[in-house]
Write a protein that binds this ligand. Structure first.
Ligand code: SF4
Length: 173
């Protein structure tokens, strides 16, 4: 078993195929769309704040804390954002890839706020719809991480040093 693993050639994509990127973008669109939806129903202004916060975090925090230090800077990473970051900010040393990882704390709310919104709606209306929304949302979050690990991290040239591999394991074959 161990020998099989060792013999398996390691594949790292220099750039990700569009089909892989689209898969991830579909998951992320569902997550982001759920956030806009739930906050719009809670209070219209909240949905604007959510959109504004997400755009700010994705165009400043993510590129400056991760993408500029990544080997996919200027290229199509598993979510395609490396290409965008390449237009926004100049590349820095890849040796510092993990240096800004703590700032990812500002990215997580994009994922977690919609769930919080769904739970607030559930507490307000005690309806099956909001129970279903919250449970399906948790499932989507989980599946998105499974997808990231298996179609992103598995083929990523940063996987050996990246602290962001889902489910606390860097052992990807
Ligand atoms: S190892 Fe996974 S989380 Fe880390 S940069 Fe690569 S794809 Fe992203």
């Amino acid at each position: 078993m161990e020998t099989e693993k060792k013999d398996k050639p390691e594949i790292c994509f220099p750039e990700y195929p569009i089909a892989f990127i689209l898969g991830r973008l579909i998951f992320l669109s569902i997550i982001f769309g759920s956030g806009v939806y739930v906050f719009y129903l809670l209070k219209t202004e909240l949905s604007f704040i959510y959109v504004f916060y997400s755009l700010l975090a994705l165009s400043l925090v993510l590129p400056l804390s991760r993408c500029v230090f990544c080997s996919y800077h200027g290229k199509l990473c598993n979510v395609g954002w490396g290409k965008v970051a390449g237009y926004l900010f100049p590349k820095r040393s890849e040796d510092n890839f993990t240096s800004g990882y703590d700032y990812m704390l500002f990215i997580y709310p994009i994922w977690l706020f919609p769930l919080l919104g769904g739970l607030v709606q559930l507490a307000r209306f005690r309806s099956l719809f909001w129970l279903g929304f919250s449970l399906v949302y948790i499932l989507v979050l989980f599946l998105e991480k499974v997808y990231l690990k298996n179609s992103g991290c598995r083929f990523c040239s940063q996987k050996k040093i990246c602290p962001g591999v889902p489910f606390n394991s860097k052992k990807i074959n």
